[in-house]
Ligand binder design. Structure first.
Ligand SMILES: N[C@@H](CCC(=O)N[C@@H](CSS)C(=O)NCC(=O)O)C(=O)O
Length: 272
C-alpha cells in the first residue's frame, strides 16, 4: 500500500481506507491508482470551440510546477487565469506540432510569464526556446514527460508520454477513432501509420490517450481502445494509405494565418 502513497504528510485512516478501496477498484478495472489523495497530478482538459482544440494543463500539486500542451492564442487569458487561481508556476508551453488550424498561445505566454519556455520537436522547423529530440524528457515537479517523434501528419509531430501516470498526449497523430490528415505540411500516410504503431500503440493498453482535437464530442480514449476500434489505424498499411489519400477534407479555415504565425511561435516579432 505504501508504494502508491507519495505524500510525506500524514493521512487520516478514512483517507487511507478510501485510497485502498480506490486502488482495489482501479486494479479491478485494469488501471493502477498511482497518486495519493494529497498529491494528485493537476490535470485540466480545456477546449477551444473555434478550432476544436484541446489544451492540457498539467501540474505537480506539491511543487506547483506546471506545463501546458497546445495552448490557443485566443484563450491565453483563460489559461493564465486558471494557472493563477491554482497558484501554479507555468514552466513549459509544449506544442505537439506546428498547427494549421489555430495560432499557438505559447509566444504570448512567453511574453507574460517569467521563465516560461516554448517547446517543440527539433524536427518542427519552427522557432521555440527548447527543441526536443526523440525520447528526450522534461520535468515539472516530480513528473517526467517524454517526447516521442510521431511524424506523418506533419514532419515535426511529437507525442508526449507521462509513464508514471499512464498518459499519452498524441497531438494530431492519433485522434479518437481517427488520426490527423496527411494532405499538407509534409503529411505522409505510411510514415504516420508506422509512427503510431511503433511509438504510441507500443505503449501498454491501459495508457489513457488524449488527442489535440475531437470533432465528435469525445474527450479521451486509451491505447487499447484505439488499437481495437480506431477506424483507420486498425487497417493494413495499404488500406490506411488508400483511406488517407481519399479523405477529401476542406482545408482548415485558419490555415493561411495559423501556419506562418506558428512558424514563429505564434507572434510576428523576434521573441521565440
Ligand atoms: N474544420 C477544421 C479543420 C478540421 C481538420 O482538418 N482537422 C485536422 C486537424 S487540424 S490541421 C485533421 O487532421 N483532421 C482529421 C480528420 O479526419 O478530420 C477547421 O477549419 O479548423
Amino acid at each position: 500500500m505504501a508504494s502508491f502513497i507519495r505524500s510525506s504528510k500524514p493521512l487520516c485512516s478514512t483517507v487511507l481506507s478510501n485510497l485502498w478501496k480506490a486502488q482495489n477498484l482501479n486494479e479491478k478495472i485494469g488501471r493502477k491508482f498511482s497518486t495519493s489523495a494529497t498529491c494528485n497530478m493537476v490535470f485540466r482538459q480545456l477546449f477551444d470551440s473555434k478550432s476544436w482544440t484541446y489544451t492540457y494543463l498539467l501540474a505537480d500539486d506539491e511543487s506547483k510546477e506546471a506545463v501546458v500542451i497546445d495552448p490557443v492564442l485566443d484563450l491565453v487569458d483563460r489559461d493564465i487565469n486558471i494557472v493563477k487561481e491554482l497558484g501554479l508556476t507555468l514552466k513549459y508551453g509544449i506544442n505537439t506540432h506546428v498547427h494549421a488550424d489555430h495560432i499557438t498561445g505559447t509566444g504570448v505566454m512567453k511574453k507574460r510569464i517569467d521563465g516560461f519556455k516554448s517547446v517543440l520537436s527539433e524536427k518542427s522547423g519552427a522557432k521555440a526556446d527548447l527543441f526536443l529530440a526523440d525520447g528526450e524528457k522534461l520535468n515539472f515537479g516530480k513528473y517526467e514527460i517524454e517526447g516521442r517523434c510521431t511524424p506523418g501528419h506533419t514532419n515535426g509531430c511529437m507525442s508526449f508520454v507521462i509513464h508514471s501516470e499512464k498518459l499519452v498526449f498524441t497531438g494530431d497523430a492519433v485522434l479518437i477513432r481517427g488520426c490527423g490528415r496527411t494532405d499538407f505540411q509534409q503529411g505522409d500516410p505510411r510514415l504516420l501509420y508506422n509512427s503510431v504503431k511503433s511509438k504510441i500503440f507500443s505503449l501498454p493498453d491501459d495508457f489513457l490517450l488524449y488527442p489535440a482535437h475531437d470533432y465528435l464530442g469525445m474527450t479521451s480514449s486509451s491505447v487499447g481502445e484505439e488499437k481495437k476500434h480506431n477506424k483507420r489505424l486498425t487497417k493494413s498499411i495499404d488500406q490506411f494509405e488508400e483511406i488517407m489519400n481519399n479523405l477529401k477534407l476542406p482545408y482548415p479555415k485558419q490555415i493561411d494565418t495559423a501556419l506562418p504565425a506558428n512558424l514563429v511561435c505564434g507572434i510576428q516579432d523576434d521573441v521565440a
